[in-house]
Design a protein around this ligand. Sequence first.
Ligand SMILES: Cc1cn([C@H]2C[C@H](O)[C@@H](COP(=O)(O)OP(=O)(O)OP(=O)(O)O)O2)c(=O)[nH]c1=O
Length: 197
Amino acid sequence: MVTPALILASQSPRRRELLQQIGVPFRPLSVAVDEVPMVGEAPAQYVTRLAFTKAQAGRASVGEKDLPVLGADTVVVCDDQILEKPENEAAAYAMWRRLSGRTHEVMTAVCLLKGEQCRQELSITEVQFWPLTEAQMAAYWATGECRDKAGGYAIQGLGAVFVKRISGSYSGVVGLPIEKLVPMLDALHLPYWQTTD
Ligand SMILES: Cc1cn([C@H]2C[C@H](O)[C@@H](COP(=O)(O)OP(=O)(O)OP(=O)(O)O)O2)c(=O)[nH]c1=O
């Protein structure tokens, strides 16, 4: 068995797949943190805080201070409002009506802790939706795909048909911006595909 180079403090299957995709040897760990914005907290601050909190929670639960821990958080932001995972059908429809025919931002913050070191990055991607019909929304709800996704859609899934344009990081929208992560791994001398040390 390969020795893990880091702990991924996340229950998200997408984050696990993205780390696997670039050949990082890791051990997944589910952490539970309160995902509630503080009063007056801007979306960028909020996702950054949550990524840090998840990494910290992972480190506390592993107990091995020297093993690096990676945490991440993703939110959809539209009209300065944070859209997380829809709690029910009404919440999902409210999100889709807001996103329909418009451009929103997907923010993913990443935090990597190793010993005393803390590296953080924020990815912001613009996503434009086609106008959505009520019939499309009903059909999408029926698929169940929206339930554990920020903003109530998955760009990597059937939700891709809602997307007209993207400007930024595709992997960031899915939950882990590879182009931000690789330099962080380099800085802490952590392995991935093609590294030699
Ligand atoms: C916008 C969008 C989000 N998402 C996902 C990424 C995240 O998994 C999820 C946002 O929820 P998060 O709270 O960031 O992550 P999570 O609860 O799935 O996992 P954990 O907190 O344990 O790390 O939405 C997609 O998969 N595709 C998309 O197109």
